[in-house]
Design a protein around this ligand. Sequence first.
Ligand code: ARG
Length: 588
Amino acid sequence: MKQILELLGAETAKAFEKAGYEAELGKVTVSNRPDLCEYQCNGAMAGAKKYKKAPLMIAEEVCAVLAENDIFSQAEAVRPGFINLKVDPAFLAEYLRGMAEDENLSVQKTDSPKTIIIDYGGANVAKPLHVGHLRSAVIGESVKRILRFMGHKTIGDVHLGDWGLQMGLIITEVRHRQPELPYFDPSFEGSYPEKAPFTISELEEIYPFASGRSKEDPAYKEEAMQATYELQHGNRGYLALWNHILDVSIRDLKKNYGNLNVEFDLWKKESDAQPYIPAMVDRLKKEGYAHLDQGALVVDVKEDTDTKEVPPCMILKSDGSSLYNTTDLATLVMRRELYDPDQVIYVVDKRQELYFTQVFRCARKTGIVKEDTQLDFLGFGTMNGRDGKPFKTREGGVMRLENLIREINEEMYSKIMENHEADPEEARKTAKIVALSAIKYGDLSNQASKDYIFDVDKFTSFEGNTGPYILYTIVRIKSIISRFTAAGGDMSGCRMLPAAGDAEKALMLELTGFAAAAAQACSELAPHKICAYIYSLANAFNRFYHETRILTEENEEQKQSWMALLDLTRRVLETSIDLLGFEAPEKM
Ligand code: ARG
């Protein structure tokens, strides 16, 4: 089904034509003066020059034509030449009935579906998830769901960091603590133990410890670098130990991402790209793209139009070892070979923007990606505390994601218990669901590229532009519907009638905007557009709710019409929060 703006626009276009002007002028937009009208058309202003006629005259002629149709209840020409429009309530109800019948709620899926890889999450193996990883997970998950909803084939890849110095640090520290383990015995030829020599909590203690020590102890750091080198060059014992680290850590990561409602299609790691490096490097050398610069192998990527310096993309260090860049380029080689994507989107901290500029240019210039493969960097800002500085624990340390989530869960739990008597176990479950909405909506309602302040009090509030407010609205609707059905009402027989009042019409108009909001969120990779849309939808609903005695309405047809309106509102809200990556509880 077409978006309402297209239907209205087609009507005004016809009117322009009938009045003797070109149809293109008939574009309709949502009014920016809702106090005056619902929609507007500025075509007469645009046509004035071409037709050498006062815009108001054109507008009047068009309005005379529009007066005859039954889609608009009002078409008014106002100075200096705007056309103010109101839509006919019967047409609006008809449109919404069509929307309710459509399983996609009138959203037009793309007619050119692409295969899109979304590179997000980006956790590092054996390092605890911290709040920085939260943004990538939350934004990436939502972007993926939006693209999928619009009909694209999406592949979400967590792209774990498992190949850097952190692995050497852990191996070194384990060797210091348990030197007797077979992993460190070069003459050991048997098979290594199946059980890891550490638990996840030990592992999480080992990494920060080793990292701290390496900063103070150069010999220790040297050892860790050597261990990293040996791991990357096939040391059998280290590889076995590394596999344990992966197992233990990935099991834990899966649990943590699962708690966030974040699901990856691929659990690929930096190490998976390593086999693609030698051939890639050979080709770059052979085809003359790469050259030596002070011993390192680089590809120039600066362009004449650059206003800032873009340094060459380094492919190999002077000692021949590979880097973060090398891995990202090889990952693109791998992705092309395995999935042949039309587009790859990286959801990464915006401080890595220059880095990705280098990688993208290098990939394009050297033909690592096909000419028409789109590469996008979706950089996000920093999540700050209320003091405006990067989010920290009360003690000033790095806030672990698990602790942050626990804190919000507690906060939500006490709010729910405060609100009404609830069964503690039930309240715990609900708190978890609502807390996730607080965290995700708090993040997603901001434009991704901006820094934002993580304000626990604000985000967990049941009022204002928050996740809990949206959920509260959904729960309210569900409870009205269930009271209706409990009293013998039949939802399937409910048919929507034209709006009886202003608040009802305003709600109906908001509902028609879903398709446009979803399309915009998709084309701009902008979940905050969905948030803005559902916030005003929820407001419109609550206004209608406060003005209307729904369940006590005596006219049965009217009551049923409202039930149909409620149900459509619920579906749009629930579909939207699913696009944002959270869900609503049954009760709250
Ligand atoms: N692991 C990286 C980090 O923690 C993020 C990875 C982003 N994705 C990529 N393809 N480089 O900073």
